[in-house]
Each structure stands twice: as structure tokens, then as C-alpha cells.
Write a protein that binds this ligand. Structure first.
Ligand code: ADP
Ligand code: ZN
Length: 596
């Protein structure tokens, strides 16, 4: 079969995406490759296709068990022989895989990097005909990256032991420094470098200063996502539970996920989310690594991530099917203080040094009024035009600023008058004339600043406090106590002024969404197709998106195929998929009422 036939037959795609064919050809010609392409860009196909045209087996090194497992399941669903070897398997399973390998029955073998330090496994590899190696998530070899893994360092042995076998390395994110590091760590000899644009047009990216705990902003954001799958990231275990509970109280199917939960519970949440049984997962960063669910429609961050790499990777989990998805970052100056304290506790070394710089760039991004996509691209040494319509900054007109010097002076004065011995919430209570017992016990109702701040809500005062923190007019000491800095004193004396983006004092309405790519799909039919997909998935014990993606079902709801030929015209359906599931879906479509 030819490349294009294979593409259609096994993967159900009509043509290559940009850059895919170049990589496929280079692999077929035995070149080393270094490909950088954003999540959802279609990297897997670049190595899964050529191996089908070559003798032998392709060995894929991947850091995440869950991801490997998903890939193997998805490949098998497409009729491609794939397997994985991991420490999680029983001896029988590994032996079975080994014997299939020796019989040449496997085209793609997934392994974790640590397996390559295993002498027995290396000997096996020497016995097999390995056509090429794949290093997935290749940025993990680099100490400059954000996810350095010790085991990846050993991958230099691939070239030492198999000098004649080519290596194809893939990653979604790499600055030029990381790219350089990957090439040298893997001992690639003048690899072909293929770098795709990082711009993900289907992601609507927004960032806002968090107002109070951000829940009102989150609810506003979620209005546009009724019933959609999404992930909400937050920093602490406690807050995952609190936010999930809050969402449930508002009628949203949400579950918490963090490293402290029992493995069983985590696995169930992961599986239920993938199977569309849980709508929203509220997680610490532990969640979503290696997740391959293509129909995640939104990702929200309740606090500032520590690097732009993390941020880009986390929002990258949304919209992998290419349909519109939305992301929201909520942050405050207090987050920065907290992230800095985390870094402070890291062991000394180059990683720690980079960490401060990376945090600073994350902060600059969050505060920036430039195109979000452009800022991300430029961080990864890519140059693109401003997106025009896919981020908040491009959509919103330049926001106007107001002078808040008067309010700032009230707040600073209240901090000062309460002897710089309290946290921000308490100081605001005093300003707003609270009758709280603690205030009265301290006798603070007698202060001149008591009750002079009724014109702003508590949330607004918190924003003003955040602005002062950003400017360095206050700093947070032990026990979250607020102190004035030299600048704070200047402001208090009326020698400096303070401004604020007007929008920060009100809850910003969600940016107007641009037209849905697939607005013209038939939602009634889509729902029915989705139900059938869920049934079939449950029956086969695989995640729904392995059967058909959302995009496929939407396309099907519009095209309403009546026979095999028409079914093969639907996005993402090749012969193998048709053989497996085509009939069932045709039957369902046949039983539905004719339109009109
Ligand atoms: P990555 O590994 O780069 O994150 P994937 O390999 O998971 O991306 O691909 C993302 C999505 O794009 C998948 O749903 C895949 O089926 C789809 N895809 C890949 N190549 C093509 C293509 N040539 N035409 C249409 N869809 C494609
Ligand atoms: Zn933009």
C-alpha cells in the first residue's frame, strides 16, 4: 500500500497535516528527526504510519504509562499491532509480548525509559529488527526544560548500542536551548529539524486578575460550557476538594483529583472523566499527564502556574480534536508570593536558578496586554502575528485605567493603624466597619480608619490590595501579615499615585465567543450518536473517544451517511473503524427520523 492509502485505511484521514508528510518521508529514508509540534498537531501519526511501510518493529520510548496504554488501545482499535512492556505487567504478559516480538508480529512497541537500562531487554532489542526508535516527550532529556527526567539521560545509549538505527524525537514544547540539548543528549547526527507553529487557533485563551476566590469568575466562564468536559487546575489539595464541592452544589458534576487520594479513587476519577461520566475534574497538576481525551472543551487555572511551559502544556489538553475550546487563567499577586516560597524551598542548583526566571516570565505573560498566542510563541522562540480573535487581549479593546490613589491610601493607612500585625482580610474588615467579634475585641472600632471603606465591596478591596502587592507597596510577612514598604509609605504620604485597570473592579463578562467551528452540526442526532458511542465503549471496555471522536460524530450528524461509501467520507473513519463500528452507527442513523 502507498502512504495515502495507509493514511485512509488505518487512520481514516484523507490527507496529511502540515509537516507530517515531511517527517514520514524522512523516517522512511532513515534520517534522524527532531520534531516540535504543539499538542494535538498530530505527532503520533508521523511515526505510526511509516513503520507500517517498513520491515521490523518501532520502539517508542514514552515517559507515561497511562499514555502508552491509551496509544496501544487506540492503535489496536485501528487494526495495528501494538504492545507495551512495563513493570506493571505480569510475567506471563511480558513473555507473551516477547514471543510476539520474536515472531515479528508487532509493529509498535512502547516502553518506559528505565527499561533501557535493563540488560535482558537490550539483548532482546539486539535480536529484533528495530526499524527506528522514537523518543516521545523528548524535552524530558533536558535540564533546561520543565520536566527533566533522570531516566531520559540514559537514552544516549541508543546511539551507542544501535549506531545504524535512526531516532525520531518528538516534543510539544521546546525553546531553542532545549532543542539543542535534545539533539546532543540523544547524540543525533545532524537531525532533520521540523518545527511547527505553536499557535493553536482553536484555543480561546484568556487571563484575568482573580477577584476574591475567583468563583464568580469561574461560574461566568462555565456558563458557556454546560455539559462540556473540562479540567480546573488549582494549587492545593484542599482547594481541589473545596472547588469540586462548590461546583457540585451548583449542579455541576465535578470531582477532586490530587496526589493524596487513594490510587483506586484516582484511577476511577480518571476513567470516569475519560468515559464522559464525570464532567469536570478539579485537580492539582498531578492530573492530566498523559491524558489523551480529545474532547476536553475547557481548562481553567484558579492560580498562577509556575512556568509558561506548564501553562502551555496544561491548556494544551483542551481541544485536541481541533474543535473550539476555551481556557481561563485566574491569578493574583499573592500567587506569585506563594510560588516564590515554593521555589525558595527547592534544593540549590541550576533548576532552582531557572525557576525564578521562569516564574517571572509567567507573571509577565499573565499581566501582559499583548496577544496571548503571540506571547506564548515568542517564549518558545517562535514568531507569529497577533491572533486577532483567539485571545482576550486581541478581542477586548485597550482597557481603560482609573486612579485609585485615594483608596490605596485608605488601605495602607488601615494596615499601618492596625500596627502591621494582621492579614489583608482582617484589615479590610476594619476598613469596612465590620462588627466581627475579633475586631471589637481588639478595639479597632475606635480607629480613625474604621468604617471609612464602605464604598467598595470586600472583593474590590482584595483587588486593591493585590494591586499594591504587584507594585511592591506592601509585602507579605510571616503568618500572611501585611507590611508597608518604602513605596507604600510614599503613597500614604501622597507622593506617589496608584492606577488600576478599571475592569478589575468588576467581574469581567466572558469574552464573546467567536463562532463555533461546528455550530452547524445537528445536536439532536449528535446526542444520540454520543449515547450509542458510550454504549459501544462500555461494551468493549475502551474510552468513547477511541471509538469515534466528537469531531467524527458531529460530521456524521451533518452528513448522515446511508451506506458504507458515505460513511467512509466522514471525518476520521477508515476501513478498519468502519468494519468495527460502521454498521451499528448506520443502523442508528437509519432509524432516526428523516430531517424536516
Ligand atoms: P499530538 O501527539 O501531536 O498531541 P495526536 O497525534 O494525538 O497529536 O493527534 C491529535 C489529533 O489529530 C488526533 O485526534 C488525530 O486523529 C488527529 N490527526 C492526526 N493527523 C491527522 C490528519 N492527517 N488528518 C486529520 N486528523 C489528524
Ligand atoms: Zn491574540
Amino acid at each position: 500500500m502507498e502512504k495515502l492509502e495507509i493514511l485512509q485505511h488505518y487512520f481514516g484521514h484523507k490527507g496529511f497535516r502540515p509537516l507530517q508528510e515531511e517527517v514520514v518521508d524522512a523516517i522512511l529514508e532513515g534520517e534522524d528527526i527532531l520534531m516540535i509540534l504543539p499538542t494535538g498537531g498530530g505527532k503520533s501519526l508521523c511515526y505510526q504510519l511509516p513503520t507500517l511501510l517498513m520491515e521490523g518493529v518501532t520502539v517508542v520510548v514514552s515517559p507515561l504509562l497511562a499514555l502508552m496504554h491509551d496509544q496501544v488501545v487506540a492503535l489496536k482499535a485501528n487494526g495495528i499491532e501494538a504492545a507495551m512492556l512495563s513493570s506493571m505487567q505480569s510475567l506471563e504478559e511480558s513473555q507473551e509480548t516477547e514471543s510476539l516480538l520474536r515472531q515479528g508480529e508487532i509493529k509498535l512497541l512502547y516502553v518506559a525509559p528505565e527499561r533501557l537500562s535493563n540488560g535482558y531487554f537490550l539483548a532482546l532489542l539486539h535480536d529484533l529488527n528495530v526499524n527506528f526508535f522514537v523518543v516521545d516527550e523528548a524535552h524530558c532529556v533536558s535540564e533546561w526544560g520543565h520536566e527533566f527526567r533522570e531516566d531520559y539521560r540514559k537514552l544516549s545509549l541508543l546511539k551507542e548500542q544501535f549506531p545504524a538505527t535512526s531516532i525520531a524525537a518528538f516534543t510539544a514544547t521546546a525553546t531553542h536551548a532545549v532543542e539543542q540539548d535534545i539533539a546532543s543528549q540523544l547524540c543525533l547526527t545532524s537531525p532533520r529539524r521540523v518545527r511547527g507553529s505553536l499557535f493553536r487557533e482553536n484555543l480561546m485563551v484568556s487571563a484575568q486578575h482573580r477577584i476574591k476566590d475567583g468563583r464568580a469568575q469561574l461560574m461566568e466562564f462555565l456558563k458557556a460550557h454546560e455539559g462540556d468536559s473540562g479540567i480546573i487546575y488549582t494549587l492545593s489539595r484542599k482547594s481541589t476538594e473545596a472547588i469540586a464541592g462548590y461546583l457540585r452544589s451548583r449542579g455541576i458534576e465535578a470531582r477532586a483529583y490530587h496526589a493524596g487520594l487513594p490510587t483506586q479513587e484516582k484511577n476511577r476519577t480518571f476513567a470516569d472523566f475519560v468515559a464522559d461520566k464525570v464532567q469536570v475534574v478539579v485537580a492539582t497538576i498531578a492530573f492530566g499527564m498523559g491524558i489523551d481525551k480529545s474532547n476536553i472543551r475547557f481548562v481553567a487555572h484558579m492560580t498562577l502556574p509556575k512556568t509558561l511551559e506548564n501553562f502551555y502544556q496544561e491548556i494544551g489538553r483542551a481541544g485536541r480534536d481541533g474543535l473550539e475550546a476555551e481556557t481561563l487563567l485566574l491569578f493574583s499577586a499573592a500567587d506569585i508570593v506563594q510560588q516564590k516560597s515554593f521555589i525558595h524551598d527547592l534544593p540549590e542548583g541550576p533548576y532552582k536558578e531557572h525557576a525564578y526566571g521562569k516564574l517571572e516570565q509567567m507573571v509577565r505573560f499573565a499581566n501582559s496586554e499583548a496577544c496571548r498566542h503571540q506571547s506564548i510563541a515568542s517564549y518558545f522562540d517562535d514568531t507569529i502575528e497577533a491572533c486577532g480573535a483567539h485571545c482576550d487581549n486581541c478581542l477586548a479593546p485597550q482597557s481603560s485605567k482609573i486612579d485609585i490613589t485615594e483608596a490605596a491610601r485608605k488601605l495602607l493607612s488601615a494596615i499601618y493603624r492596625t500596627q502591621q500585625r494582621f492579614g489583608l482580610h482582617y484589615v479590610i474588615d476594619v476598613l469596612r466597619g465590620s462588627r466581627e467579634q475579633r475586631v471589637l475585641e481588639n478595639g479597632h472600632e475606635t480607629l480613625s480608619v474604621y468604617g471609612i471603606g464602605a464604598e467598595y465591596s470586600k472583593a474590590q478591596w482584595l483587588t486593591i490590595g493585590d494591586r499594591l502587592l504587584e507594585l511592591g507597596a506592601v509585602h507579605i510577612g510571616e503568618f500572611k501579615v501585611y507590611h508597608l514598604t518604602a513605596l507604600g509609605t510614599e503613597i500614604l504620604k501622597g507622593k506617589e499615585t496608584v492606577d488600576l485597570k478599571e475592569i478589575r473592579l468588576s467581574i469581567r463578562k466572558a469574552v464573546k465567543k467567536k463562532e463555533d467551528f461546528s455550530a452547524d452540526y445537528n445536536s439532536d442526532i449528535f446526542e444520540k450518536l454520543r449515547d450509542l458511542r458510550r454504549e459501544v465503549a462500555a461494551e468493549k471496555g475502551v474510552p468513547p473517544y477511541i471509538i469515534f471522536s466528537d469531531k467524527t460524530l458531529k460530521d456524521m450528524s451533518v452528513k448522515r451517511p446511508e451506506n458504507r461509501e458515505q460513511m467512509l467520507e466522514v471525518h476520521g473513519i477508515g476501513e478498519v473503524k468502519y468494519e468495527r463500528y460502521g454498521e451499528q452507527f448506520l443502523t442508528l442513523l437509519y432509524t432516526l427520523e428523516a430531517p424536516g
